[in-house]
Design a protein around this ligand. Structure first.
Ligand code: PMP
Length: 398
């Protein structure tokens, strides 16, 4: 008897499939706008200098590979919590907020999902339509009922009124997932006025916000990007925040992130954290140490932190320049207006508004790779080839 004979094959991640197709494409002009990692002008995803400096120090000073605790490296969680909540956060000062280290932002999301499932039974979760595809599968895998609120329509516009109307219909107590900034996949973010309106509905409907904060530093800056997170944390009794160090520290494969929880009292935080440690024990036991030690090293050292802040700023500015550069390159084709949203969207991703058919033609005829939804990784663009890209977009848009 074969135990595995009934195991069916599932399709691979479409984005990973794109990487393979890109790799085997011999066209020297090829452009990878698919996979969601930052790239420098040479097309590499470099290790930040601040990270290299921290790593060198750690290699020499590390004395043990013993486990770190269930909530992770205390120096990391302490500094990361300040990065997210603010250096002078009242919630942290009052012990009403705490961070649990997780394997990346994905680990934080899964820990939040399991926490909701086990500690808040019966609560559903509401995701933006569209959202990062892993949100859909991850929360379903955690056993939650997944529903959606509208966010971007078929004409590639942020549909805020429809979003708000849908949020008003969500059953009290349910969880609403919000992207703190750099909405993935669309790049459309809420204005401060819109965030305040969402806050009021969340408060009225007694919803629990779960804020995915995977791109701190990539929209306006490290502090500015935390504005909505800190507003919600200050105004509401309880908030869940998932933080990732993958993009802003470039630590992708080191799997570094945290779940930050805020509570109405210091005592309740102790209860919640006891549950988180117990749940994490069944997921990954204790989190990986290296990336967290690097982040702790950087954030605890003022001069190294400065080096890092400048590196984050450089990544952010480069992405913004590529957005503007593409619009400039589209101008001769009379397309700057039509694609103006690319200039106002934020973060690495852009819902370009290109159809699946146009995306296919870009790949087949011009070796330009992006996700079939029309999502482009702006950081994958190359200033030297913006004109090539614009010419290709013009051809498939004709
Ligand atoms: N949330 C969003 C919206 C993301 O785009 C990502 C990364 N693609 C993550 C969470 C998780 O990132 P990681 O697990 O690599 O830290």
């Amino acid at each position: 008897m074969s135990h595995f004979s009934g195991v069916a094959r599932v399709p691979g991640d479409p984005i990973l499939g794109l990487i393979d197709a890109y790799r085997s494409d011999p066209n020297p002009q090829k452009l990878d706008l698919g996979v969601g990692v930052y790239k420098d002008p040479q097309g590499n995803t470099p290790i930040l200098n601040s990270v290299k400096i921290a790593e060198r120090y750690l290699v020499d000073s590390e004395t043990s590979k013993s486990y770190i605790g269930g909530h992770g490296d205390p120096l990391f969680t302490q500094h990361l919590a300040r990065l997210v909540m603010g250096a002078d956060s009242a919630l942290l000062n009052e012990n009403r907020a705490g961070a649990t280290q997780t394997p990346g932002g994905t680990g934080a999301l899964r820990l939040a999902g399991d926490f909701i499932r086990y500690c808040l039974p019966g609560r559903g979760i509401w995701l933006s339509d569209p959202t990062w595809p892993i949100h859909e599968t991850l929360f379903a895998a955690a056993g939650l009922k997944v529903s959606h609120y509208p966010y971007v329509d078929a004409d590639n516009r942020l549909v805020f009124d429809a979003m708000l109307a849908a949020l008003r219909q969500i059953p009290a107590g349910d969880v609403v997932l919000l992207h703190a900034c750099c909405h993935n996949p669309s790049g459309f973010d809420l204005s401060q006025t819109q965030w305040r309106q969402v806050l009021e509905v969340v408060r009225e409907r007694e919803l629990l916000p779960l804020i995915d904060f995977a791109y701190q530093g990539f929209a306006e800056g490290l502090e500015a990007d935390a504005w909505a997170v800190r507003l919600f944390a200050a105004e509401l009794p309880e908030v869940l925040i998932t933080s990732s160090c993958s993009k802003n520290f470039g630590l992708y494969r080191e799997r570094t992130g945290a779940l930050v929880v805020t509570c109405a009292s210091a005592d309740k935080l102790v209860d919640v954290r006891s549950q988180l440690a117990a749940i994490a024990r069944n997921l990954w036991s204790t989190p990986p140490a290296h990336g967290a030690a690097v982040v702790a090293q950087i954030l605890a050292d003022e001069s190294l932190k400065l080096v890092w802040q400048e590196e984050v700023q450089a990544m952010r500015v480069r992405i913004a320049q590529l957005r503007q550069g593409l619009l400039t390159a589209l101008q001769p084709y009379g397309l700057a207006e039509r694609f103006a949203h690319i200039g106002s969207q934020r973060g690495m991703f852009s819902y370009t508004g290109l159809s699946a058919e146009q995306v296919k033609r870009l790949r087949d005829e011009h070796s330009i790779y992006m996700v079939s939804t029309g999502r482009a990784n702006v950081a994958g663009m190359d200033e030297q080839r913006l004109e090539y890209l614009a010419a290709a977009i013009a051809k498939v848009s004709a």
